[in-house]
Design a protein around this ligand. Structure first.
Ligand SMILES: NC(=O)c1ccc[n+]([C@@H]2O[C@H](COP(=O)([O-])OP(=O)(O)OC[C@H]3O[C@@H](n4cnc5c(N)ncnc54)[C@H](O)[C@@H]3O)[C@@H](O)[C@H]2O)c1
Length: 431
């Protein structure tokens, strides 16, 4: 007998929630969107039109939705970082299972509050660690699970955040100030990488953490001589600047469009003139990158020690030419090394008896044609994650990538404590 689709309400109809909700279009027999809650009327109406929702299934807030009583199986919660607790707690108490964006909390106490609520209400919560679904990381995890490199003794990960991503999100944008979004850059950007490290360690608990970092490039002292305050208003050196808002957002009209053109969302097709006027006016993305009020780090290093003696390090660097994520795992019987954007990784084993120092086998995921999946960003990860969420809620066997809130705790905890270690310049032991 055919199964009924799992029903979901979109809460926080920004671009992330809609990326997962799109699975309902790709597989209507699996997922059906039956409601929406968002304070922005335009966004509510867009979801209504997209999924044919009746007027009485539109709500202004998650809290209002929770108060009417549960009418769907699940909620896709794509609100901003600091709203995850206030929106999720009433929804869990109303009986919804949740697909919840990362970071799922902005402090350790918030994290435990949500874990406790999910346990008390006996609800399923899956966290959107999309990189676990990227074929690159899923294939590496599979090799580790198969014992290909033995026990993992050291993990090194690197995230290079490109100059345009850094400028748009962490200097000019909505993750640039801790008092605004409540997440550090480490948590907003690298809770994925910390989660991947924990995943590769197969549940071995982290024991201690240290961290260094700060803001050394995107700060007023670095402003080139003569720099203005807004690129298109008063900057005589705009033409020579790599961070010119014109070069970033007018010459590349689709670059970070969901963030940069937020205030033009009411226009079906904003013209170049609309965009230039916006950058000259109040749009935060028209500001000089050395004259913003950003206070998050632009680089940070985290060191972790695990219960089994394994060590790990993560390097976050913002403002690089090329965006990339790299991983190097060293185990008792071999090593795995690769860069996600290259879609390849190598597996090495010691091989002195064969006359060589080591063997090296390359796995090229671009050849398998599997990097992009059926649809969705993050190397097809968004679509696979939404499909796995349906399995998870149904109680069918989820994939190896499925991240419950409990699975996500170690990565989040290490992130919060790394920030504490960095701020207090000390090693933090994990209870
Ligand atoms: N998994 C990933 O790789 C990834 C990538 C980018 C962002 N994110 C995370 O996704 C989340 C959403 O990011 P976004 O850029 O889509 O955000 P967004 O700002 O575009 O969307 C958030 C929406 O929530 C709505 N909202 C605010 N308060 C609400 C309430 N009380 N009830 C219901 N709706 C409410 C807002 O009006 C807005 O439409 C963030 O936590 C972000 O850090 C995850």
């Amino acid at each position: 007998m055919a199964k009924e689709p799992i029903t979901a309400v979109v809460v926080g109809a920004g671009h992330r929630a809609l990326a997962y909700a799109a699975y309902a279009k790709a597989a209507p027999e699996e997922l059906r969107i039956v409601g929406c809650a968002d304070p922005i009327e335009l966004r509510r109406k867009q979801v209504q039109e997209l999924y044919g929702l009746p007027d009485d299934r539109l709500y202004e807030t998650a809290e209002e939705l929770a108060a009417v009583g549960r009418f769907a199986d699940t909620v896709i919660n794509g609100t901003m970082d600091h709203q995850h607790i206030e929106t999720s707690v009433p929804l869990l108490e109303a009986g919804y299972h949740l697909l919840l964006e990362k970071p799922f909390a902005t402090s350790e106490s918030e994290m435990w509050q949500l874990v406790e609520t999910a346990r008390r209400c006996d609800r399923k919560v899956m966290i959107c660690h999309v990189l676990r679904y990227a074929p690159f990381y899923a294939a590496i995890r599979q090799k580790v699970l198969e014992g290909e490199i033995g026990q993992v003794m050291n993990v090194q990960t690197i995230e290079h955040v490109s100059y345009h991503h850094m400028a748009t999100c962490f200097v000019r944008g909505k993750w640039s100030r801790k008092d605004d979004c409540h997440s550090s850059m480490l948590m907003a950007k690298c809770c994925h990488d910390l989660d991947l490290i924990m995943w590769m360690k197969s549940g071995v608990a982290p024991k201690a953490v240290s961290s260094f970092g700060g803001q050394i490039y995107f700060c007023p002292e670095r402003a080139p001589e003569g720099a203005g305050t807004r690129c298109l208003v008063d900057c005589p050196i705009e033409g020579a600047c790599d961070y010119s808002a014109r070069k970033m957002y007018i010459d590349h009209p689709h670059r970070w469009a969901a963030y940069v053109w937020f205030e033009l969302e009411h226009l079906t097709e904003p013209t170049i003139e609309d965009k230039i006027a916006s950058l000259k006016g109040g749009n935060p993305h028209g500001r000089c990158v050395w004259g913003c009020d950003n206070d998050v780090v632009d680089h940070q290093t985290v060191c972790i020690e695990f219960e089994d003696g394994c060590t790990a390090s993560h390097n976050l660097v913002g403002g690089t030419a090329r965006p990339s994520r790299a991983i190097h795992l060293i185990g008792t019987h071999g090593e795995i090394q690769g860069v996600m954007e290259d879609s390849t990784f190598v597996i090495r084993h010691i091989a002195t008896r064969s006359g060589h120092e080591y063997t090296e086998n390359e796995l090229d995921l671009s050849i398998s044609g599997d990097m992009h999946g059926a649809f969705g960003g993050h190397g097809g990860g968004d679509g696979r994650l939404a499909a796995d969420f349906v399995n998870f809620v149904r109680g069918s066997a989820p994939s190896i990538s499925c991240t419950t809130i409990e699975d996500s705790v170690h990565g989040h905890l290490v992130g919060f404590l790394a920030d504490k270690a960095r701020e207090e310049r000390r090693v933090v032991e994990i209870e």
